[in-house]
Design a protein around this ligand. Sequence first.
Ligand code: PLP
Length: 467
Amino acid sequence: MVIAQAPSSSQPSSSRSAPAADDPALVGTPPMGAFWMPFTANRKFKQSPQLIVGAEGMHYRLADGRLVLDAIAGLWCVNAGHRNPRVTAALKAQIDVLDYASNFQSGHPAAFELAARLADFAPGDLNHVFFTNSGSESVDTALKIAVAYHRARGDAGRYRLIGRERDYHGVSFGGISVSGIGRQRSTFGPLLNGVDHLPTTHDPVRNAFSRGEPVHGIEKADALEAMLVLHDPSTVAAVIVEPVAGSTGVLPPPQGYLRRLREICDRHGVLLIFDEVITGFGRLGANFAADLTGVLPDLITAAKGLSNGAVPMGAVLVRDGVHDAFMHGAAGSVELMHGYTYSGHPLACAAASATLDAYLEDGLIAQAAALSPYLEDGLHALRGLPGVIDVRNLGLLAGVELAPYAGGTMTRGQAVAQQCLARGVMVRAVGDTIALSPPFTISRAQIDEIVDTLRAAILNTVDQPSA
Ligand SMILES: Cc1ncc(COP(=O)(O)O)c(C=O)c1O
């Protein structure tokens, strides 16, 4: 993994850690040209690359030897801390026993055991697990299951999918079709047929500086009722939303909004999918957003925190009724023509099972819940700083939104993120919102460090840097 932009010598620099000359982590710069980096300004990055060469607990080690506090858990995934000892030990043990086994018409025990554990971990009757390797694959799998479910029930007229503005659902054609981020869609059109989008719930005029789920906006769910009427509900297969839209700036759902979506879906026989790739596995201080809100979707898409980022893994959790609709037909026939070579990979199963141990036996999800008011108080204290126009948070997930610069080559968000990195804390700029999602192993002192660093960076970026 790589991060953007080395700090220039004029920027403040983290004082922790001087690299030893013989430190094996200190590597030279590798050849940069061949790797086409994802979601990256490749040409800019490669002019002054800053590589990450190691990690432990709450920290990354950069190639220049500096340690930086990871305030975003890698990419919203390393919830149990970097190189979590349980995960590391499980991976080492697994590779000595079984490297790979297909789960197509064969199987290995760890996949079945993990699925059973996940069914226990998930709310309600989400008792069935389809393994994937990423959030994007989980979304595509869930959309396909939704459409195929209606067909399996003899209701083949339901094919439409409804997403929402500002939601991110990964990069597959299915995912970008239901996603609500114009720039990611427009390059690849015309995308899937029969997709529509609900309005975003984001309402800064009424909800700025909300703590937790904002008060205003339940009525935004009523757009679904109108949309179903417009398209004829009997043509609609599923609605997919992120309970908290993460990648477009951390947008918690208005109070009662998700429940109302559930009620409308139920009235019209439409499946409800929660994309919990970010919010799942404790990020909100509960196992899933579905647990926190008490709203049970028909399918949950998951990835990231499932395997603590150590090995790629995703999963779709499926309710009994949806799963059971497929379990008929000739004995020996394949019920769902779908799957990945690496669905339920042994190493991913080992990592995920050990991660579950960390969440449950080490009490990390309870720890996330206990720490979230402290993070909330710290970040809301930034209100009033120049250009801070909103602070939003739910669980250990938060966004600090900044007024944009008038123009120029760098956004205010990028400027603040760069300043934070130079001061020893890695945050993520999504547009002009600074997103925070630290590992649950964070201490209160480290939360203070994040808040203090952010404050200094915000104060230091009031003036737009010249190009
Ligand atoms: C809500 C959500 N869904 C899907 C994805 C796609 O996951 P991946 O990048 O693992 O394909 C992401 C990634 O950030 C996400 O946040």
